[in-house]
Design a protein around this ligand. Structure first.
Ligand code: FAD
Ligand code: EPU
Length: 333
């Protein structure tokens, strides 16, 4: 365990804040010690991966102990047609996708290029292009800060939903150290997403070809946080009862909606925001990407508060136009 004081907190929105303590953890046995350290200094702890789904308000040195998990092992637990692969929390998610694709395994190729670490993936049940982590998740290993011991959670325990899980509902209770996924050696392409229609014509496909297509699509649509700091979709796509969507369509006939198995309809937040005229707008140092209306960007030196004030203006404007309250996907701290 390595403890540093007053270091910058790295997030992809790049707001300039520092933490009272940053603790690097290399073994799960050190987690209890790190929590005890935070408690003895009367500061809350917060596990962070790449900081690609968080926004810190405030400025200067925040009274918090940031925990970075650096464990990076991958193990194949059970081989065969549907191997179980266990991967540690500190591994970069995209690097793990590349590892599975290199091994010829199907399952998470659609989730390529999502920033962040493996440990954060169950927190919001990461999803893209018709696949969610819950489709392959076998188990989660975590430190339970209430029971003060390591526990194994089943997919049912995780209570996954769209951008939701028990970890999101009870932040800071569990510190995820490893996940196990079940992948497949036999072809299982997931091509229902409209952007992947061209691949449906192909008579044979590899997971690598699907991954490369996803990478091309994502590079075209999403700003690279290294060049233009952002946290991906800032808002969740609202889910409405079908009757409410049909009502809205009478007034806004071009409003898109994707029917869900539950009978509800998912509306793209980006469409609501663009229709309210926010796409590409900039207020001070914060703005909305000119390429994608759900992505809030930092033009370099915006503070967390400046970004939150833009977010609130957008929520207000969407609410006044459509009566829909946009819920942030990003965790605001
Ligand atoms: P962080 O931002 O560091 O943390 C996020 C939350 O998880 C925090 O509450 C944190 O406390 C908690 N957490 C982190 N690690 C652990 C752990 N080990 N144990 C317990 N809690 C933990 N998301 C999608 O679902 N689909 C996308 O397509 C997608 N595209 C994106 C594109 C861009 C350009 C960006 C910037 C973000 C995108 N995201 C997407 C959001 C983000 O990449 C994911 O939510 C990712 O899983 C966050 O990983 P992270 O390591 O950065 O987590
Ligand atoms: N749209 C607009 N204006 C825009 C962009 C999009 O009107 O500027 C409308 C279009 O109708 C488009 C629709 O929104 O067809 C959907 O856009 P897109 O395919 O880009 O997907 P999204 O709904 O904005 C979601 C996820 C992404 C994920 C993609 C691909 C959420 C909140 N976002 O975005 O996840 O990568 O689908 O599956 O569910 C993230 O969570 O950070 C993230 C990037």
């Amino acid at each position: 365990m390595e403890i540093q004081e007053q270091q910058a907190i790295r997030t992809t929105l790049q707001v300039p804040v520092r933490a009272r303590w940053i603790i690097d953890i290399d073994h799960e046995e050190e987690i209890g010690e790190a929590i005890a350290f935070a408690r003895s200094h009367n500061v809350p702890w917060l596990v962070l991966g790449e900081g690609s789904n968080v926004l810190f308000r405030g400025a200067g040195v925040l009274p918090v102990a940031i925990l970075h998990l650096r464990m990076q092992t991958i193990r194949v637990l059970a081989d065969g047609v549907q191997p179980l692969v266990q991967v540690a929390a500190g591994y970069r998610w995209h690097q793990f996708v590349e590892w599975t694709v290199a091994a010829g395994l199907w399952g998470i190729e659609n989730l390529a290029l999502i920033p962040g670490n493996v440990g954060a993936a169950p927190v919001q049940n990461i999803g893209a292009y018709g696949v969610e982590l819950q489709d392959v998740l076998w188990s989660v290993r975590a430190y339970d800060t209430v029971a003060e011991q390591m526990v194994e959670l089943t997919p049912e325990d995780c209570q996954f939903g769209y951008r939701n899980s028990v970890f999101k509902q009870h932040p800071d209770r569990w510190i995820i150290t490893e996940i196990t996924v079940q992948l497949s050696r036999s072809p299982k392409p997931q091509l229902q997403y409209p952007d992947l229609a061209a691949l449906r014509e192909r008579s044979s496909l590899t997971p690598r070809e699907v991954m490369e297509t996803i990478i091309r699509i994502r590079r075209r649509k999403l700003p690279d946080p290294q060049r233009l700091p952002n946290a991906g979709s800032f808002f969740k796509n609202p889910v409405l009862p079908r009757s409410r969507w049909e009502q809205l369509r009478q007034k806004f006939p071009s409003m898109p909606g994707y029917p869900l198995p539950s009978g509800q309809v998912k509306i793209p937040a980006a469409w609501l925001i663009e229709t309210c005229g926010w796409k590409g707008r900039r207020i001070g140092n914060a703005g909305i990407s000119p390429n994608h209306a759900a992505i809030v960007v930092n033009y370099g030196v915006a503070s967390g508060d400046e970004i939150v004030s833009l977010v609130e203006r957008i929520q207000d404007s969407v609410f006044r136009t459509f009566g829909i309250l946009l819920e942030p996907e990003v965790r605001i701290l």
